[in-house]
Design a protein around this ligand. Sequence first.
Ligand SMILES: NC(=O)c1ccc[n+]([C@@H]2O[C@H](COP(=O)([O-])OP(=O)(O)OC[C@H]3O[C@@H](n4cnc5c(N)ncnc54)[C@H](OP(=O)(O)O)[C@@H]3O)[C@@H](O)[C@H]2O)c1
Length: 326
Amino acid sequence: MRYIVIGAGAVGGTIGARLHQGGHDVLLIARGAHYEALKRDGLRLITPETTETLDIPAADGPVPARDDDVLILATKSQDTIAALAGWPSDLPVVCAQNGVDNERMVLRRFSRVYGMCVWLPAQHLEPGVVAAYAHPYSGILQVGLYPQGVDDFAEQIATDLGKPSSGGLVARAVPDVMRWKHGKLLGNLANAVEALVGHVDGRAAVVERARAEAATVLDRAGIAYATPEDERQVRGHQADARPIEGITRGGGSSWQSLARASGSIEADYLNGEIVLLGRLHGVPAPVNEVLRSEANRFAREKLPPASMPLETLVALIDERCAAGSR
Ligand SMILES: NC(=O)c1ccc[n+]([C@@H]2O[C@H](COP(=O)([O-])OP(=O)(O)OC[C@H]3O[C@@H](n4cnc5c(N)ncnc54)[C@H](OP(=O)(O)O)[C@@H]3O)[C@@H](O)[C@H]2O)c1
């Protein structure tokens, strides 16, 4: 199989690197300065254990397809549609992304769609460079057919990703990947909080309000989600994020979008998913609506991450809650 990783950033770069190290045929798809750096210097993968420069083939857009190609989509959700333009719609697509709407968007055009629930703390701030913080495995991945089920192909992907010689990923095929991804979505509601206010004392209370609101919405919508306890059981003691000397992990993927002043952020598909479901099912979601809209404003105005005082965010949320939100 040839694994074509579309969006070779923090997650895609790490997965592509681990597959390449496991002896698989890999092609990284990137753009701009990152693509130029990959082509010129290779991919520098930094982990708590080592720094390696890997000579992995790279391209900046669709290439002639082979029968054995599989697309691993690892862009942020807001880039999903554009990133898949030009790729043949009979290729299988694995959505290695947070959020729960990518698979549905992709299924409109591609008939074979797989979800992947990705636990893989990583950072990509500099062209050509990816830091993967988890140890001893870089990531724990669960893959399954969308909307549910497991087939031979999902098993094959899990086997390839988790191959011991890949030396860095744990992967398994699961029949209910979207239940895992809805559980992960609850965790990712914190992304916008971290991006806006950083790691200040008191942010946990805001995160808790967003999650409690989201759980009410998912319950009303009748959507099943994995609990933090389920997630702990899967992750067990298999891996933990560790510091890497010389490379501070400023924050998660949304924080990194602001740090790179990329102009966009994933909040419409994280907090915004809860807002959308709330509107569809008649449950107000004011906390997530403020997080969604403020994160977007920060991205649009290219404001630095963690530059909103916590008190400002709490005041905006309280005001919105008092006004009621639909
Ligand atoms: N980072 C983490 O720790 C982490 C952990 C678990 C899950 N996730 C999830 O994984 C997904 C990817 O996140 P990430 O942090 O890896 O993002 P990322 O570092 O920004 O990587 C995504 C890459 O895709 C590129 N891209 C976007 N559109 C493209 C296109 N049309 N053609 C080619 N390249 C394109 C981006 O380029 P530009 O920079 O030019 O936009 C970027 O290099 C998200 O859903 C995120 O929530 C992230």
